[in-house]
Design a protein around this ligand. Structure first.
Ligand code: FES
Length: 106
């Protein structure tokens, strides 16, 4: 398990013991992170699981597929460390990582 902090727009935090190999969204939902709504259940179709990687963690954010890029574009949040948490798997190297969540998911 790896400790990943989800920081809401208001600064409140939930520290999740995340299981590597499971998406960040599924890990967050299992831990009742309030700001991960995940309305489509992980199908890259709602954009309510958005997260932001700060610069020091962006090497781990990977590259989104075209469908995810389109969804981030819909939310005007492509780039700047934005990803859909349902499309990113937790990995061991994320130990201690802090992810920020958008105001629209608060
Ligand atoms: S859960 Fe809907 S896009 Fe990620």
């Amino acid at each position: 398990m790896v400790k990943i902090t989800f920081r809401e727009h208001d600064g409140s935090e939930t520290i999740v013991d995340a299981r590597p190999g499971l998406s960040l969204m599924k890990n967050a939902v299992a831990a009742n992170v309030p700001g991960i709504l995940a309305e489509c259940g992980g199908n890259c179709a709602c954009g309510t699981c958005r997260i932001y990687f700060d610069p020091e963690w962006r090497a781990l954010m990977g590259t989104p597929r075209e469908s995810e890029v389109e969804m981030l574009d819909y939310w005007h949040e492509e780039g700047d460390g934005a990803r859909l948490s349902c499309q990113v798997l937790a990995v061991e190297a994320m130990e201690g990582m802090v992810l920020r969540l958008p105001e629209s998911q608060s």
